[in-house]
Ligand binder design. Structure first.
Ligand code: FUL
Length: 520
């Protein structure tokens, strides 16, 4: 895995934007970025950070919460994780491909968007690209008349699931790879095909891998030209990972940071440094990115204090349901269990990130029975937990409010309404009385991120045996925070927001019961 410093590239891109629109005197604040004046004090920086908000495309992306990858290529048939680029298209021969089964399985699991590896590092294209012979058109699949991208796009359209594309810049097959301008044109031609012929694309996912070309030359990617094609042809699509809209969380474990800020410094780093760090192979064949991206703190007050600019750059947690990204029959018994998937859900969606779960189709061209079963069981477990919010219908008060943003808006079923503390407050107390005693062990909080991400620390307490007892505590909330704690039975709870960058807001506040955790 060679995500190298994907993070740095997004930041680099933002710096280009800042530089382009800079005027010396005024604070430059678009909705999802801000330039920090040299004279800004620490508290001014904190206030600026609290006012950075997602772009419309970032907001729509975040609200999906749960998305999927389909890794499918010649690797599915060779059982390699990274194809060499020398595979014959004749190996690509799914016998029962059913893209509808892939998308339906995903949809039934609560997945809102699927991303297909239209071309992975091996260079084999799942669509009949005009610009290479290395594609489905020279495979036995449908006698060379097949187009897997089209089949997945059409299944998505039919089932109301969004569609995204993964197009690997690193191409181990293409002869022009390494002749930078020539290859960049080739890549842009392929990108244009994908973004023009398959309807709406909601996410374009770029990996940063940059291997040596067959000519021994190093390819220099022209990211700016890639981005401008995407913005022109699919303006609603987010560009993920090696792109300005969505940040890679920094691991492929499925576990995000407990403290996750969507507003991070826009620090410039050179593309040369990024490329130099891109091929750090570890013993097991994966790549590790360098430096900061894997740090536990990307956006705290200490991190933003010295920043020159800040950007909304939310985190995406990518993880495979199996050990590998591509199907491998030896892994049929290693599919992550429903319990593990639930734990991942709590630790990604529940930590202010979006979950991107890979479910790789097998040699038949179907999602394997084991993967389907575990996904279905996971969904059932999640539904059992989140169907009943014990706070709905409770009486709730707050020690302050901003204008008409009253406390009950955070426990109503409408996610678009919210409570906000009075403008001069950076802490708050919300107290709720339930209709009667209930047993619960899961907390769900959501900030109204359209106003900004603000909450820095909170404590949930329950009235137990005549006094307030701490049930759980956390740091950031962001789009969504889920916390599990020992089951408690009570009819009174209070949420103490003990730190916030500006007056805190909440669009959702929920208490749930995970029955499978009750007797542990
Ligand atoms: C990585 C790639 O090298 C893996 O094969 C996979 O596609 C993963 C999602 O990104 O960097």
């Amino acid at each position: 895995m060679n995500k190298l410093n994907r993070y740095s590239l997004g930041l680099y891109f933002m710096i280009l934007i800042f530089t382009a629109c800079k005027t010396p005197s005024a604070i430059q604040q678009t909705n999802n970025s801000v330039l920090i004046p040299a004279s800004a004090t620490e508290s001014e920086i904190v206030r600026l950070a609290a006012n950075v908000t997602p772009s419309a495309r970032q907001q729509a992306w975040q609200e999906m919460e749960f998305t999927a990858f389909f890794h499918f290529s010649v690797n599915t048939f060779t059982e390699l994780q990274w194809g060499k680029g020398t595979e014959s298209p004749s190996v690509f021969n799914p016998t029962a491909l059913d893209a509808r089964q892939w998308v339906k399985t995903a949809k039934d699991a609560g997945i809102k968007l699927v991303i297909l590896t239209c071309k992975h590092h091996d260079g084999f294209c799942l669509w009949p690209s005009k610009f290479t012979e290395h594609s489905v058109k020279n495979s036995p699949y449908k006698n060379g008349k097949g187009d897997v991208v089209k089949e997945v796009a059409e299944a998505c359209k039919e089932l109301g699931v969004k569609f995204g594309v993964y197009l690997s810049p690193w191409d181990r097959h293409e002869k022009t790879y390494g002749d930078s301008p020539v290859y960049n044109q080739f890549f842009n031609n392929q990108l244009t095909e994908l973004l023009s012929n398959y309807g709406d694309i909601a996410e374009v996912w770029f990996d940063g891998a940059c291997g040596e070309g067959p000519n021994g030359k190093k390819q220099v990617y022209d990211w700016k030209s890639y981005y401008s094609i995407i913005r022109k042809l699919q303006p609603h699509a987010v560009i993920a990972v090696m792109g300005p809209d969505v940040r890679w969380v920094g691991t492929e474990s499925g576990y995000g940071r407990e403290t996750e800020w969507s507003v991070v410094p826009a620090s410039s780093q050179s593309l040369t440094d990024i490329a130099a760090n891109s091929q750090q192979k570890t013993g097991d064949g994966t790549f590790l990115p360098p430096g900061d991206m894997r740090g536990i703190d990307l956006g705290s007050r200490a991190k933003i204090a010295t920043a020159k600019g800040l950007i909304w750059y939310p985190s995406e947690v990518d993880v495979s349901i199996r050990p590998g990204w591509f199907y491998d029959s030896k892994e049929d018994s290693k599919v992550k269990s429903p319990e593990k998937l639930l734990d991942i859900y709590f630790s990604s969606v529940g930590r202010n990130s979006l979950l991107l779960l890979n479910i790789p189709p097998d040699k038949r061209g179907l999602l394997h029975e084991n993967d389907v079963r575990n996904l279905q069981l996971f969904k059932k477990m999640a539904d059992d937990i989140f169907t009943t919010n014990y706070l709905s219908g409770a009486k709730i008060t707050s020690d302050s409010q901003s204008g008409k943003q009253k406390a009950e808006y955070c426990i109503d079923a409408d996610n678009k309404t919210w409570w906000a503390a009075a403008p001069d407050k950076s802490s708050a107390l919300l107290e709720a009385t339930l209709a009667g005693p209930q047993t619960f062990n899961v907390l769900m909080l959501q900030e109204n991120i359209q106003i900004g991400q603000r909450i820095e620390s909170f404590i949930l307490e329950g009235w137990v045996n005549g006094s307030w007892q701490k049930l759980c505590e956390g740091t950031t909330v962001g789009y969504k925070r889920l916390l599990r704690f020992d089951s408690v039975t009570t009819d009174r709870v209070r949420l103490r927001i003990t730190g916030s960058r500006l007056n805190p807001t909440l669009s959702s506040f929920g208490l749930y019961l995970n029955k499978s955790e009750m007797n542990k």
